[in-house]
Design a protein around this ligand. Structure first.
Ligand SMILES: Nc1nc2c(ncn2[C@@H]2O[C@H](COP(=O)(O)OP(=O)(O)O)[C@@H](O)[C@H]2O)c(=O)[nH]1
Ligand SMILES: [Mg+2]
Length: 438
């Protein structure tokens, strides 16, 4: 299994999962089922599941009771028992009834694609807005499931709704409660959106510039994340490690420290009810000082993926200057034919914002670090600061977070010229006792 930032292959308690990608036979013009399967496996690994088996299953039709054919259900039952699988992910739309029947047949938990993605977003939402959006999507999903199974129950009883019954009453109550919770969430979301900028300022707590990795699931973000941060871990990691395994410290060639952040990945055919939640989960990218767009150059749809990512980034309102803060990591060049491989390297030599890499072999990674370094320095502000000489903590902070170019001290004060990134400049401005002459 690959090197996963979020993976917990080493965690004994990881749930053993089977991933099934069902597709209709002869579904012309559709993507390669194996590619779909790979993506689903990648998603499952993103929430620390241990995927012990995965397969694409051809269907001649969608069976209303179990989606999959009888033979397949039986065959997979054996696999589930043999490999002690605790969770089956069916990468598609599974009705509540199909889900229940499959759970009964296999005697383990079954979730569908929407359920899986919701879980990932839930685990990865970091901002208040992200959390609320994910919760809203999850409740809406749950509610629709209740509605459908309720309709089903009613039909079973011949539609004599007036007979009532405990099952129905319970579901009605659940629906009402979920409905109320949804209404409350929507109100809260409005409020959070209105005060978004205030919240964002309050969250600016991370003491180093943030470099965010974005891109499609399976592009290699986590592999790159591990590769870049493997050799040097700094003390502050202890602080993040417990809170958030997707953020880690990284020392650049110049010695400057940054925080590398592995974000939630894009998925193809994102269920539409999850779009808002996905965007909100990406909120954290707005805080980033630099964005590294990780691309799978060996993927058949690499160009389509690129434009998908770019159009979502545009909608995040990153500000006009964001183009200057983005680097494309052209990943997986080890998989390319010689000609394409050399082409990628040539492109990367010509362009300041594209770097050809292989997260797997490490090729190009030093160059990527150099580019990140250069771009972060470029976005640094050169300022003059005056501090009381007695303010030892203030001086220490400047040396730690900025690049001190000169320091002249008189009897009472220290006059420094410092290079600081935007985030730290704002922090300095908020600090009492520091006078900035720009
Ligand atoms: N050949 C090759 N495979 C890679 C490279 N980077 C990542 N992978 C593989 O691609 C798959 C997805 O990688 P991962 O880092 O989980 O992608 P993420 O979803 O973007 O975090 C894994 O099987 C990796 O081993 C690379 O540079 N070359
Ligand atoms: Mg990942």
């Amino acid at each position: 299994m690959s090197d996963k930032a979020e993976g917990s292959d080493n965690r004994a308690s990881a749930i053993r999962a089977l991933v099934v990608h069902p597709y209709l036979k002869g579904g012309a013009g559709k993507r390669d089922p194996d590619q779909h399967l790979d993506e689903a496996v990648g998603l499952a690994q993103a929430i620390a599941l241990s995927v012990v088996a995965a397969e694409a299953v051809a269907l001649s039709k969608r069976r209303p009771s179990t989606l999959l054919g009888e033979g397949t259900v039986l065959r997979l039952k054996e696999l589930v028992e043999e490999k002690e699988i605790g969770l089956v992910i069916v990468d598609g739309l599974v009705s509540p009834i199909q889900q229940r029947n499959l759970e009964k047949a296999w005697d383990c938990k079954v979730i569908d694609r929407t359920g899986l993605i919701l879980d990932i977003f839930g685990a990865r939402a970091r901002t208040r807005e992200g959390t609320l959006q994910v919760e809203l999507a999850a409740l809406t999903y749950q509610k629709s499931r209740l509605v459908r199974s309720w309709t089903h129950l009613e039909r079973q009883r011949g539609g004599f709704g007036f007979l009532g019954g405990p099952g129905e009453t319970q579901i009605e109550t659940d629906r009402r409660l979920i409905g109320e919770r949804i209404a409350r969430l929507k109100k809260e979301l409005e409020e959070v959106k209105r005060t978004r900028d205030l919240h964002r300022k309050a969250r600016k707590r991370v003491p180093y510039p943030i470099v965010a990795l974005v891109g499609y699931t399976n592009a290699g973000k986590s592999t790159l994340f591990n590769r870049l941060t493997k050799s040097d871990v700094f003390a502050e990691d202890l602080l993040f490690a417990t809170l958030d395994p997707t953020m880690r410290g990284l020392k650049l060639p110049s010695g400057r420290k940054v925080i590398l952040s592995d974000t939630v990945g894009f998925v193809s055919d994102l269920p539409h009810e999850l779009v808002a939640a996905f965007r909100a989960t990406l909120e954290e990218v707005r805080e980033a000082d630099l964005i590294v767009h990780v691309r799978d150059l060996a993927h058949a749809e690499t160009e389509e993926q690129k434009s998908d990512v770019e159009s979502v980034l545009k909608e995040l309102e990153l500000g006009d200057a964001y183009q200057a803060r983005i680097i494309e990591a052209l990943n997986k060049i080890d998989l390319l034919e010689t000609e394409a491989h050399d082409g990628a390297l040539a492109l990367s030599a010509r362009s300041a914002s594209k770097v050809a890499v292989s997260a797997l072999s490490g090729e190009g990674c030093p160059a990527l670090l150099e580019r990140i370094d250069a771009l972060i320095s470029k976005s640094m502000n050169r300022i003059k600061v005056t501090l009381d000489r007695a303010d030892g903590a203030g001086l220490a902070w400047l040396y730690e977070h900025g690049e001190v170019i000169s320091n002249q001290e008189d009897e009472t004060q220290a006059h420094l010229v410092v290079r600081l990134d935007e985030a730290n400049l704002q922090r300095l401005k908020a600090r009492p006792g520091a006078r900035i002459d720009d």
